[in-house]
Design a protein around this ligand. Sequence first.
Ligand SMILES: [Zn+2]
Ligand SMILES: [Zn+2]
Length: 267
Amino acid sequence: MSKFVSHTKYLDVQDDIIKQYNIDLCDGSKCVNDWHRTHAHIKERRVCKWNCANSIQSTFALFHEIGHIETTKPKMRRAESEYHATVWAIEKCEECGLQIPDTIINQYQKYIDMELERGKRRGGTGYKELNLWRRAKMKNSYKIGDVVYVNGPWNVAEKCEITSERDSKKNGDGAYYVHSLELSGSFGASINNIFSTKEDAIAAHKRKSEENIAKYKAEIKNLNDLLEFPLNHCFCGEEYTDYDAIQAYKTKVFELTGIVLEKDQNG
Ligand SMILES: [Zn+2]
Ligand SMILES: [Zn+2]
């Protein structure tokens, strides 16, 4: 492939999809509101104020807006419509053979999480899991020899090298064997736990941990739940210690009793 072809790749893909989905691009002059952000008008199949550039960021932003046109339904809540539009964009990228950097997934996930929090604050309930990582990473996207950062039960952002693919029938799509470059040893990892940058691995770990803590805190509704909680979770089991459970427990102890537990017990 010549350099020229790869250089214009994004613009070509954008042109094709605008034609294929019959999209009316607008610089904002047809718009009655004065939003600055890129946005879509579903019925008119119009995308306003999109910043066209020969980059994956620009292409993904366009796909996301077309995703709204294709997937947003009137009864969807904000977080849900953002999720479905983004999943559409991810799938379209896969179809077009475009690699999506983790930073893009991260950025859109943050936005969805923000809308989800806002929805819940307003009393919204019954949301399904709106996790882009699970959808974005279903397709195999790493090669043997790639250096990656892996999250596991006992490690966060461990620098590893992909050594082989695992049997996808047994382990699902996107399962790999990795060899640790920090410690010795090899282990299996799912693509949901493999990241191309250390930052992304840490951000994903943090998000997961916050989810766990929120879930645990919701389990503890009263003093009785609080007293039973340590019996049902591993507080002191070496590598099996559930630090998220400990964090949730400490927070609830304070909320329900006003007692501040020793700071450094179990970390
Ligand atoms: Zn508009
Ligand atoms: Zn959107």
